[in-house]
Ligand binder design. Structure first.
Ligand code: CTP
Ligand code: CA
Length: 229
């Protein structure tokens, strides 16, 4: 790690990393959210900075100190994330979407706290949020810009994981998809993970390791994709 960090092979590159999980407010005190810890995004930002990149970290609801020398733009909802990432991506060489955006948001948030009515339940009317990554792919003007997505899936087996990943890579149109299997206590909030890297050329992995080690592997691959253009 130290030797690779000293290589400064990302010097001169502007990179954007998104991290954490977005929240969609139902009312002033409640939200729909997810359990993304932000650890992978933090590891990616730290690794890129160590290798000399100019890093912007867009963080959705992550309660940790910023990595050294990395400016953090805090966001709450998927719409906020979309605006912040789009703005930063306009001048970026690489964008890594490690954040877990909420896919649905209330059709109309209540301005006041929702009250129980009798012993009845509650039906929520939800609409889809903007797909940030798909928006980046559509808005790309620099053909050398590298766009990286993440996919956490709950597959039935390893073959299913790859099939889900290939379909998502094709649907999103990004250059690299970092796949991991979640569920049964795996990945979320843990210092280690296991990833498979999917590109149009094929699959690399699965590789297990600390999120710091895996972050370096992701930058190696992103850099290789950029050099090949
Ligand atoms: N993503 C995004 N905007 C969204 C949802 C997801 O940019 N509104 C990004 C994530 O940050 C990730 C990639 O897209 O890099 C894949 O996210 P994922 O949730 O796996 O994909 P979805 O298209 O939302 O599909 P699914 O129905 O499986 O959740
Ligand atoms: Ca999703």
């Amino acid at each position: 790690l130290t030797r690779r960090a000293a290589a400064q092979d990302l010097a001169g590159l502007r990179v954007v990393v998104s991290a954490g999980g977005t929240r969609e407010h139902l009312d002033p005190v409640r939200f729909l959210g997810n359990s993304s810890s932000g650890l992978m995004g933090w590891a990616l930002a730290r690794a890129a900075r160590l290798r000399g990149a100019d890093v912007t970290l867009v963080a959705a609801n992550v309660d940790r100190p910023a990595p050294p020398a990395v400016p953090v733009t805090p966001v709450t909802s998927t719409a906020d994330l979309d605006a912040a990432v789009r703005a930063a991506a306009a001048t970026a060489d690489v964008v890594v979407m490690a954040a877990a955006p909420a896919d649905f948001t209330p059709a109309a948030a209540s301005g006041t706290k929702i009250k129980k009515s009798g012993d009845g339940g509650l039906e929520l009317d939800l609409v889809q949020t903007a797909d940030v990554l798909a928006g980046l792919v559509a808005a790309r003007t620099d053909p050398r810009q590298v766009l990286v997505g993440f996919a956490a899936e709950t597959p039935s087996d390893d073959a299913d994981l790859l099939a889900l990943g290939r379909a998502k890579l094709a649907r999103k149109g990004c250059d690299l998809l970092v796949l991991n299997a979640v569920g049964r206590g795996r990945v979320f909030g843990q210092p280690d993970s296991e990833i498979t890297l999917l590109t149009a050329d094929g699959a690399q992995g699965p590789r297990a390791g600390s999120k710091d080690t895996l972050a370096h592997l992701i930058w190696d691959t992103a850099l290789r994709l950029r050099s090949s253009r």
